[in-house]
Design a binder for this molecule. Sequence first.
Ligand SMILES: C[S@@+](CC[C@H](N)C(=O)[O-])C[C@H]1O[C@@H](n2cnc3c(N)ncnc32)[C@H](O)[C@@H]1O
Length: 222
Amino acid sequence: MKDNKSAYNAGIYDDKIINVLPYYQEYHGQIIDLVRNMEVHDPDWLDTGCGTGTLARRVLEERDDVKFTLCDPSENMLAEAKEKLAGKDIRFFRLSSQQMMFEAEFDVVTAVQSHHYLQPAERKNAVSKCYQALRENGVFITFENIRMSTDDGDAIALKRWAQFLREHGNSAEDVRMHIDRRGTEVFPIPIEAHINLLRECGFRSVDLLWASYLQAGFWALK
Ligand SMILES: C[S@@+](CC[C@H](N)C(=O)[O-])C[C@H]1O[C@@H](n2cnc3c(N)ncnc32)[C@H](O)[C@@H]1O
C-alpha cells in the first residue's frame, strides 16, 4: 500500500520521478519563468498537490518575496516537504484540492501532476477550488498528464514513454506498471478537454503553456 497516489512512496519519490516523467524539471522551470514575467510582486502562492515541495524550493532559490501555502492529501508527502523547506515561513495543510476552502487569498495557484487521479466531476471540483482560491486577475498554472486525441496517436506516445522509461533504468516490470496505471489509477485527458475544463470553471483567459507527448502545462487567468 503506497502512502500517496503517485507511483512511489514519499521517501523515494524525488529519486524516482526524474526517471519516470520526461521533462519533469522543465514543468517547474516553465512555471517560474511565467510568474517572473507576469511581474507579480510579493505573491501569495498556493501549490496544491505539492508533494515533496520541490516547486516551492526551486521558487525560493530564485526569489525571496513569495509567501507559500502548500497543500497535499498525503501526510508522508507533506512530511518530506516540511523537511525540504525547514526554516522557511510556509503554511502547510493536509488537504486535497477538492477539500480546500480558500476564498480569493492567492495571486498564484499551481497544481503539478495533482489532478490526473480524479474522475471528471471530482476533477472539476478540484479545479473550481483552485479558481475560488485566486484573487481577481490571479493565475492558475497546472501541468497534467494528457492523452493524444486519437488511439493511434496515444499508442505512439506510449511507445515513446516506454522507451524513455527503459533508457532511464526502469525494469521491464516497472515500465509495464507505469503504462498499466493509465486508465486504472491515472486518467489523462486530451489538451482540448483541459482547456474546456478551465473555461467551464470560470477562467476568463485560458492558454496552453507547454506540451509534450505525455504532459501539458496550462495557464489561466481569473
Ligand atoms: C505525482 S505527485 C506530484 C507532486 C508535486 N506536485 C511535484 O511536482 O513533484 C502527485 C501529488 O498529488 C497529490 N494528490 C493526490 N490526489 C490529490 C488531490 N485530489 N488534490 C491534490 N493533490 C493530490 C499526491 O499526494 C502527490 O503528492
